[in-house]
Ligand binder design. Structure first.
Ligand code: HEC
Ligand code: HEC
Length: 473
């Protein structure tokens, strides 16, 4: 849980700069682990895209990154009349500060909890331990109700919308994809800076206050750097300091080589630079097959129409009936339910029954580095998760409590909300039917999920065949 660990946690840094081929040289930046690669500009990236179709996917990933960086740059332009170079310098400074803040436990009420305590760089910025929910609060014994998610690949999560329509180049604009997007499991905030406020101030997480955070920053080794980045008056008011902290954290979370490097084996496979094993290939097919796993209907596995790499989520908020996690202290109260978008954490959709029980579809990139799955962290292996998908309806007794011979199906969602539950395959069966995947097929899907971990080095038992476009689909 150190700054060095963060660098170590991104073995992809060098590799990715290379994979992006022309991008690196043309943009004139060097990925050094501190976020410099953010200064890629649209023009530079486009140039490299036309140079080589093989790097197109990478390029459009960088394009997304570039536009994120551009938004950060806009935010950064707090002084009117800054030149572009000054703005980029300001983003660089903020990224470096954001990184320090991310690892700084002195921001918390207990002095013991940093962002990185729950979002470990070595674990795809998800927790290092296998607790369902993490410990926090001033005594470090308090818990919330949700598993800490990965912080990677959040750059492409759209702002929350009740009725989401894809843009023209991504898909069919006329289709209403339903509630989609937003950060956290229930999509209740849109920006990283608004999100960072939640754990900093939550009594069961970092349990701090703007004043405490400001005092910690003033006393920190990076106080001078903070002043240099935000200007002399930044320490005049605690609120201004606190806002700057949130902004620096948001900027850090947009460091492409740490947060969206696209360096998994599957990315190499899409680019024709690696081959999948037989088991991984079978897993991919089962993952995509609409009559088998049908996973890709929500966890998108194909490039977008403009060639951007898949995010393994369509970011839809969906109810899949995850069982109640009876190990969570909040669930000792039989009347308590975490209903996702309709509350209680999220308050703006309270009382809107159609939003009850829905949670945002997470990316599956780096999912094999996680140790707890689903919003309440109930499962601890990918095997269990995939088995839940395919046997939930054929063998519900394996997942839900049985009382007096009757299975209490969907025990974490009051019956009046069951109409919200998804009924597409593999959720289209009943007891006695054949599960959508058998045990061997479950293993294959898990093998495939293991190809989604960043940091794959071409040559790890696969061909490093640059420019092989035949396999690029
Ligand atoms: C005690 C553990 C804990 C700490 C400390 C913590 N987080 Fe989190 N983080 C979580 C949990 C749990 C969630 C999911 C919250 C929810 O859905 O309500 C989350 C969600 C997030 C998300 C949204 C991810 C997504 O998929 O939408 C971001 C971004 C994030 N945290 C950043 C941070 C930052 C920045 C800090 C430090 C200021 C931090 N976290 C500190 C546990 C933690
Ligand atoms: C109808 C949309 C949908 C389909 C189909 C679907 N998922 Fe999911 N997936 C979700 C949602 C929504 C969640 C989060 C649910 C929750 O926590 O309440 C999720 C969560 C997961 C998680 C846990 C990730 C984490 O970080 O905790 C894994 C793993 C996963 N899905 C794999 C799969 C696999 C494998 C398949 C195919 C067998 C599949 N999913 C099919 C929507 C879907």
């Amino acid at each position: 849980m150190t700054l060095a660990a963060c660098d170590a946690g991104s073995p992809a840094v060098g590799a990715n700069a290379e994979a992006e081929a022309g991008t690196k040289a043309e943009a004139g930046t060097k990925a050094d682990g501190s976020g410099n690669a953010q200064v890629n500009t649209k023009a530079d990236v486009n140039a490299s895209a036309s140079a080589n179709a093989g790097v197109e996917a990478q390029a459009s990933a960088s394009r997304a990154a570039a536009s994120m960086a551009a938004s950060a740059v806009k935010v950064a332009a707090h002084e009117a009349g800054q030149t572009r170079a000054q703005v980029y310098e300001s983003v660089r400074q903020m990224t470096a500060l954001g990184k320090q803040l991310f690892f700084d436990a002195s921001l918390s009420g207990s002095g013991k909890l940093a962002c990185a305590s729950c979002h470990s760089p070595e674990h795809g910025f998800a927790p290092a331990n296998s607790l369902s929910v993490q410990l926090g609060g001033n005594d470090m014994h308090r818990t919330g109700m949700r598993a800490a998610p990965t912080l990677k690949y959040l750059q492409s999560v759209p702002a929350f919308a009740e009725h989401y329509h894809e843009s023209d180049d991504e898909g069919d604009e006329s289709v209403d994809a339903g509630p989609t997007g937003g950060l956290t499991w229930d999509g209740r905030v849109d920006r990283g800076s608004d999100q960072a406020r939640i754990p900093l101030l939550s009594s069961f997480e970092m349990g701090s206050t703007p004043a405490k955070v400001a005092a910690a920053v003033k006393a920190a080794s990076y106080a001078d750097a903070f002043r240099a980045a935000f200007g002399e008056p930044i320490f005049d008011s605690d609120d201004a300091t606190f806002k700057a902290v949130l902004q620096a954290l948001e900027t850090f979370e947009q460091t492409p080589e740490l947060f969206y490097p696209y360096t998994s084996k599957y990315d190499a496979y899409l680019a024709g630079k690696a081959q999948l094993t037989q088991a991984e290939l079978r897993g991919l097919q089962l993952f995509n097959d609409e009559k088998k796993g049908n996973c890709a209907s929500c966890h998108i596995s194909q490039r977008t129409m403009d060639g951007a790499p898949p995010q393994f989520s369509d970011f839809g908020l969906i109810a899949i009936g995850v069982p109640r996690n009876r190990a969570l202290p909040v669930n000792r109260d039989p009347h308590f339910y975490d209903l996702g978008a309709c509350g209680p954490e999220r308050t703006d959709l309270k009382g809107r029954a159609e939003f009850c029980g829905i949670f945002r579809t997470p990316t599956l990139r780096n999912v094999a580095l996680k140790k707890s799955f689903f919003h309440n962290g109930i499962y601890h292996s990918l095997d269990q998760v995939v088995r839940f998908y395919v046997q939930r309806d054929t063998n519900p007794e394996k997942f839900y409590p049985v009382s007096k011979g009757k299975v209490q199906k969907f025990d974490d969602l009051p019956q009046r909300y069951w109409v919200n539950l998804n009924t597409e395959p593999p959720f289209d069966r009943k007891p006695g039917d054949k599960p959508a995947l058998d045990e061997a097929e479950i293993k294959d899907v898990v093998a495939f999920l293991n190809t989604l971990t960043d940091g794959y080095k071409a040559g790890d038992g696969a061909g490093n065949n640059r420019g092989n476009k035949a396999a690029a689909n």
